[in-house]
Design a protein around this ligand. Structure first.
Ligand code: CAA
Ligand code: NAI
Length: 699
């Protein structure tokens, strides 16, 4: 490697070797970095320098292995070898941690003999988020350094530990206020002055194993990560390694790491890691400047408007919220105050900051003129085209020139809403999810005439509010809700054919969804689904099969959790809901009236059909350009609809299953209902060409 391409620089400062890793953006431990480190260690071993300092250039120490290399054949020198080389040095090596020292970065530091952290540094072993475990000694060194339970807690939770806590736990030896190079030089000078030598974690005794504490933690980790394999594998290998000589413990870790590396969960989670980042960057917005987003206006202070206002306040925006009258405005303010109090209770906000936000950053009013200064105004009034058009006509009068006018509509035509103004280029959809200050997904709905800089501002606002933005085109329900309607219909069909709603929910939670569709509907309210069906009824094709039973439940006033009864019964005995025989009776009545003989559906069939309906509609959405790429669909379903992240989203999951198999499910189901089960042309084409959806994810 030539000097100019080597991302690892070696400089000499008196008796100190200063080794700088410079591999933007996050100093990932790529092949070149690993090779550079081995070469630097060789030079240090042979040279006259007495101490080595390893630090990172730019924003961070090494943020981990280079994730782009995962799934490709491994290249030498592999990280465990690099790490062993560092630890084996006969002269002391210091690592300076700043930014985010994560994964392989922290493992490198654990192999060094001393660690200094900048006060702002955050460290962690987040590998389980990618479906793997720390594979360069992390599961063995950290427990030997700080004890088994605290170490396992860190790498099974994937949390980032702040520098102060890292010092208290004994992960780092000192904190510094200096910039990384200086911090390292100062620490190394101390080593020289004291004449300290190397100090290796591998020489420490194995950590004590408290079987009861391990069992307790194991149960907790299993509960929190249902369906995932990496967390328990990491815990188990740490426990196993505790009783083994260090070299054998490392070999066990490597074995477990390699197994996970080959798992579909690893492939899925890495797909999601990159999908989330790609979704947030639209190639067509390169070089397009966003407008300012300092002052957020919100119209409608109900469930969504209140949540959007809180998201703005928590992220440093000024917020002006408009309600219909003074009493409603006051009610909205009280709701926001309650949500912020909740944030204080959760430790996300101080009491003083909450008071300051309510006093100085939030304005609530019944006068639309108060929106005159807002940069972006998000409308969250009732889901009615008439009401929304009226609101947008008003906004057209009161908003300043250049203000962005956004609608949070769930389904309605954003072009029609934009046409109520004289400035359709400034109008777009910003579809938040409930609760809006918590859910990270934001569909950015681009209408026919939305200007590029308005789209860019939508993305910039998403970033400012810590959301994951996904571009969507205009259609009924955009990406997420349009798909939801179709797979929910598939579920309703399966109920008519013989499955109980409870069997469907159970099969889908076993697959990995946090909740099944009927439990979700109870949470959202049966009135929402009913309103959607009523809206679509006039245009419903005659052949489309709808069950009447959800509307009959609605007519009985069973609106879900809020009325104590929906698809499930909610009461003191079962606050999370229990099946209701009356619902099954209602369904049986409808089957009898329609002459349907109930048949048994296995859990596998339920899951296959439900997912096939989801994937098929996802393919149509991609083909129509409503979603730019399949990965956008995956991000929407994972972040807005609780699709299990470790399965990678529906389109990635389709690739894992094989598109032929998805198509076969659709064709088999079409024998019963040829109208509903028409294969999306894109799905059929990709399957016939032997390609997957991933082939469309490239730009
Ligand atoms: N490898 C390759 N690229 C990476 C990367 C990694 N480990 N981490 C981040 N990047 C890339 C991102 O893809 C992004 O690239 P683009 O700009 O081209 O999209 C860029 O770096 C910046 O990343 P973010 O947008 O995420 O920036 P951020 O400031 O919000 O967050 C971060 C920075 C906290 C480091 C975050 O990127 C992150 O969490 N990265 C993953 C860290 C991780 O999981 N490390 C463990 C890796 S596994 C491992 O180390 C295995 C082992 O034991 C051998
Ligand atoms: P909501 O009924 O809780 O709140 C609507 C609020 O708007 C009410 O407080 C009402 O007083 C106010 N309002 C009505 N007309 C107004 C006007 N002209 N000026 C000022 N305020 C007015 O409704 P919710 O659930 O907050 O929904 C709002 C919008 O967000 C709808 O379009 C809905 O489809 C969409 N949405 C809802 C989601 C949800 O889960 N509830 C999720 C995503 C989008």
């Amino acid at each position: 490697m030539s000097e100019s391409t080597n991302p690892v620089r070696y400089e000499v400062e008196g008796a100190i070797a200063v080794i700088c890793i410079d591999n933007p953006p996050v100093n990932a431990a790529s092949q070149a970095v690993r090779e550079g480190l081995v070469a630097a260690m060789a030079r240090f071993a042979e040279g006259p320098e007495k101490v080595a300092v390893i630090h990172g250039a730019g924003r961070t120490f090494v943020a981990g292995a280079d994730i782009k290399e995962f799934g490709k054949p491994p290249t030498e020198p592999m990280l465990p070898r690099v790490v062993d080389t560092v630890e084996a040095q006969e002269k002391p090596v210091v690592c300076v941690l700043h930014g985010t020292a994560l994964g392989g970065g922290l493992e490198l530091a654990l192999a060094a003999h001393y660690r200094v952290a900048l006060r702002s540094a955050r460290i962690g072993l987040p590998e389980v988020n990618l479906g793997i475990l720390p594979g360069a000694g992390g599961t063995q060194r950290l427990p030997r350094l700080i004890g088994l339970i605290p170490a396992v807690e860190i790498f099974t939770s994937a949390r980032q530990v702040g520098a102060e806590e890292a010092l208290e736990l004994g992960i780092v030896d000192a904190l510094s206020e200096e910039e990384p190079r200086v911090a390292g030089l100062n620490f190394a000078a101390g080593i020289l002055a004291r004449g300290d030598g190397p100090r290796r974690i591998r020489d420490l005794p194995g950590p004590k194993v408290d079987a009861e504490a391990v069992a307790e933690l194991r149960a907790k980790v299993a509960r929190a990560n249902r369906g995932e394999i990496a967390h328990l594998a990491a815990l188990d290998v740490a426990v196993k390694g505790a009783g083994l000589p260090f070299a054998e413990a490392l070999a066990e870790e490597r074995k477990a790491f390699t197994t996970l590396m080959e798992s579909p969960q690893r492939a899925a989670l890495i797909h999601v890691f990159f999908a989330e980042r790609k979704a947030a960057q639209l190639p067509e917005l390169k070089g397009v400047t966003a407008r300012p987003v300092a002052h957020l206006g919100v119209i409608g202070g109900g469930t969504m408007g209140g949540g959007i206002a809180v998201a703005g306040l928590l992220n440093g925006r000024r917020v002006t919220l408009i309600e219909r009258d003074a009493a409603a405005a006051e009610k909205a303010r009280e709701g926001i105050a309650r949500t912020l109090a909740d944030s204080v209770r959760r430790g996300k906000l101080t009491g003083d900051r909450r008071a300051e936000l309510l006093e100085t950053a939030l304005t609530t009013s019944a006068d639309n003129a108060a929106l005159a200064e807002a940069d972006v105004i998000v409308e969250a009034v009732f889901e009615s085209m008439e009401v929304k058009r009226e609101v947008f006509a008003t906004l057209d009068r009161v908003a300043k020139p250049g203000a962005i006018l956004a609608t949070n509509t769930s389904y309605l035509d954003v072009n029609e809403i934009a046409a109520a103004t004289s400035r359709p280029a400034d109008v777009l959809g910003l579809h938040f999810f409930s609760p809006a200050h918590v859910m990270r997904l934001l569909e950015i709905v681009v209408a026919d005439r939305t200007a590029p800089e308005v789209v860019a501002t939508g993305f910039a606002l998403a970033r400012a509010l810590q959301k994951i933005p996904v571009r969507a085109g205009v259609c009924d329900g955009f990406i997420g809700n349009r798909m939801l309607r179709v797979y929910r219909l598939a579920a309703d069909h399966m109920v008519l054919d013989g499955a109980s709603p409870y069997a469907i929910d159970r099969a889908l939670t076993d697959f990995g969804f946090a909740m099944g569709p009927y439990a979700v509907a109870d949470l959202a309210g049966l009135d929402i689904g009913h309103a959607t069906r009523e809206r679509l009824r006039p245009t419903k094709p005659a052949e489309e099969r709808w069950g009447d039973w959800p509307d009959r439940l609605h007519a009985l006033g069973r609106l879900g959790r809020k009325t104590g009864r929906g698809y499930y019964i909610y009461d003191a005995e079962s606050p999370r809901g229990r099946p209701d025989p009356e619902v099954e009776a209602l369904v049986a009545e409808e089957r009898a009236a329609k002459g349907i003989t109930a048949r048994a559906l296995s859990d596998d069939e339920i899951v296959e059909r439900y997912l096939a309906a989801m994937i098929n509609e996802g393919a149509r959405i991609v083909e129509e350009g409503i979603a730019r790429r399949p990965l956008d669909v995956d991000v929407v379903k994972i972040h807005g609809y609780a699709f299990p992240r470790w399965r990678g989203g529906p389109m990635h999951h389709a690739d894992t299953l094989g598109l032929d198999r998805v198509l076969a499910t659709i064709r088999a189901a079409a024998a019963e209902d040829a109208h509903f089960w028409q294969p999306a042309p894109l799905l059929a084409r990709l399957a016939s060409e032997g390609r997957g959806f991933a082939s469309l994810d490239e730009d």
